[in-house]
Structure formats: C-alpha cells, structure tokens
Write a protein that binds this ligand. Structure first.
Ligand SMILES: [Zn+2]
Length: 379
C-alpha cells in the first residue's frame, strides 16, 4: 500500500501561515496534510497531481458568499461556484435567518463538498426577498430566536450578520446592530456588518463593534463610506481597525471601487481579509469568482503572498479555525488550491463598472478537498 493517498508534485508552495514560498511537494493522507517536502517520490502515492509551473496554496477560504440556492434570492449553488473554483471553505453571510436556517443546514451545508459555515442573519427571515428589506420591521430582528438557533448549531454558525443599508433597515440601523451584537454576545461569537448607504455613517457604526467583529464592504463606493469628501479615511475607521475590528472587502455587485481601494491603500487602510460576496447578481460579472477578486488585489499592488494570506490564514483566524484550515501544516485538513499566475492583458471591472487593465491573473488549475482531487463527476 502506498504511503500517501495523493501528492501534489512540482509546484511552488505559497503558504503564508508557515512563511513558505518555495518549490515543495505536498502529500495527503487520511484526508489531512501529511507532509510538505522538497521531493516526495512518486512511488509513495496512489495519485499524483502535476503542479509544474503552478502555485500550490492552502485551500482558499471565502468569508462572504451566498449559497442558499432557491431560498435566499441571492443564492447560487455552492459546489460549482466554490470548491470547483478553488474555494474549499466558504462562509454564507446571512442568507439564512433563524426561521430559514434549519433547511440551509440540512439541504445545503450537509450536502456540499465545499466546507460551509454560516453567519446567521439577525433578521429571522434571512435574505429571501428582493422587494422587502429584511429589517424594515424590527420585529424580524428577534434576538431570542437568533440565539436559540445559534445555540443549537454551534459548529455551523460562526456568528451573526446584519445588513445596515437604508433600504433594508430604514432609520433603525443602530437598533438593528444593537440586537445583532446582543445575540452575538449571548453566543460568544462575532458580528459581521454590511455597510453602504447606511442611515448612520459607517465611521459611527464601527464604533459600536468589538475586536473580532467584521465590517464587510470596506471599500464600497456608496454613500457613507470609509472616507470623507476629501478622500481621507475617517479617524473612527482607523481607530476601529487598530482595536481589532476586521475590515473585509466583500466585493459584491455594489461594494467595491478601484478608485476608493487605491486611496485606501495609499493611506495604509489595508484590508484584513479579501472576500468575494459572490452571488447571483455578480457571478457573471463583475465578480465571477474568488480568484478574480484576488487578482484585482494583485493588480492594486499587494504581493502574491499577501493576497493569498488574506484568503487563507487571515480568514481562518477571523473565523477561529486557524489550526485546521487556511494552512498546509501537517495534520491540518487536506485542502489545497492549485493555481497559475497567467501573464498577459486582462480587463478587471469593479462594482461601479470602472475598468482597469492588469497584467497578471490567477487561474484555477485544481482543488484538493479532504485529501482528494475534487472531481465533481466522481464525488
Ligand atoms: Zn453579501
């Protein structure tokens, strides 16, 4: 019997969790990472994945997606859009609320090859209707319902999501956030707030957050953003980041601006995490997938190692799973992404339909999930 089930051969391993950026082979056994070594013999494995001229990273983690197909109106199918595109772990950010979560767990989370976690929407209905804001009526923000579902699903629910845009919350965004924090406190978990066009300015909302809470859509170009009219990042935002509030990208259909990103990076307001907010309204553009989102940050000048860190070890730490995922340390979950850095001319589009020309793009080659090559037709 072979010593390993699978070996990824000949690639350049980029694993920021271990500060590795060098030519290494990676071996998997019993669903876990078994070894990262310079030259592991072919004879030791049942299956070889050739990664010559490719990059091998820990399986990508996307902190913000919507995969409640058929119920959440944003929902896309998880596996074709996540694991098949290199994302081995994805967090559904608020598609389900207390009354819609049980079916999400049974029919989506438990049936997907992608490792899925959820942020429970403080609105008990979740994000089911494009016509009714989920917090227009505060009776939907039921702390007791959210905490009882959170308590019943401690391994599936990572925290509480609340969307704070005026069409969704009317003028009671602060009260909605208070309820989300109350539920999260009860559960001992974090809150993710969605910002953009909020009634209350973002730099005031983030003042209510605790270290470890997440702001998604950090570089949104809508009203009440991270910067004042002169393009300067508000002190309240800088202070929140210093206190340990996590600023996430959440590209989405309306929430990522190249112009704003450039200004933010120039002022050293860097993202703590890069996520796609992939959903039905942006999968055909401008988001496409997580690798395209990461490519945009390569274009903005972040190093390859930093871009990978912001979608592997940094994300795993934010969700409290840094020992098991987002790393190729032996003993960690056997998840890896093989990708190529293609050189050429690429057009990238942001959420405001602004375009830039880039020279490098990350291209998916293969995904290893649970120590096996992901082959949808065999799963
Ligand atoms: Zn979202």
């Amino acid at each position: 019997m072979a010593k390993y089930e699978l070996i990824i051969k000949g690639g350049t391993v980029v694993d920021p969790s271990q500060s590795i950026h060098e030519r290494q082979d990676v071996a998997f056994n019993y669903g876990k990472v078994a070894a990262v070594e310079p030259d592991i013999s072919d004879n030791l494995a049942n299956e070889i994945v050739d990664a010559t001229d490719a990059i091998v990273t820990p399986g990508l983690v996307d902190l913000h997606v919507h995969v409640y197909w058929g119920v959440g109106h944003y929902g896309i199918e998880a596996d074709p859009t996540q694991v098949a595109q290199g994302v081995t772990t994805a967090v559904d950010a608020g598609s389900a609320g207390a009354w819609t979560f049980p079916a999400f767990r049974r029919y989506v989370m438990e049936r997907s090859a992608t490792r899925l976690y959820a942020l429970l929407n403080i609105s008990s209905m979740g994000m089911i209707s494009p016509k009714i804001g989920e917090l227009e009526d505060l009776r939907w923000a039921d702390v007791e319902d959210a905490t009882s579902v959170g308590r019943a699903n401690p391994d599936h629910i990572l925290g509480i999501k609340v969307r704070l845009s005026q069409p969704l919350t009317a003028d009671h965004d602060v009260d909605s956030l208070k309820r989300a924090i109350e539920a999260a406190e009860e559960l001992g978990k974090f809150v993710m707030i969605h910002v953009g066009n909020s009634f209350t300015p973002m730099h005031e909302l983030v003042g209510m957050l605790r270290p470890g809470d997440v702001v998604t859509h950090a570089y949104h170009g809508s009203a009440h953003g991270a910067m004042d009219d002169s393009g300067r990042v508000y002190d309240g935002i800088v202070e929140a980041q210093k206190r340990g509030v996590v600023f996430d990208i959440g590209h989405g259909r309306g929430s990522f601006s190249f112009a704003l990103a450039e200004k933010a990076l120039a002022q050293n307001f860097l993202p703590d995490n890069i996520s796609s907010d992939l959903h039905i309204y942006n999968i055909e553009g401008p988001v496409h997938d997580q690798l395209s989102t990461l490519s945009k940050f390569l274009h903005l000048g972040l190093s390859l190692d930093e871009v990978i860190r912001l979608s592997t070890s940094a994300t795993a730490k934010t969700i409290g799973h840094a020992d098991e995922i987002g790393t190729l340390k032996p003993g960690a979950e056997g998840d890896a992404t093989v990708m190529r850095v293609s050189e050429g001319k690429f057009t990238f589009v942001d959420s405001l339909d602004a375009t830039v020309e880039g020279s490098r793009e990350l291209e998916h080659v293969a995904t290893i999930r649970g120590g096996k090559l992901y082959k949808p037709y065999l799963w």
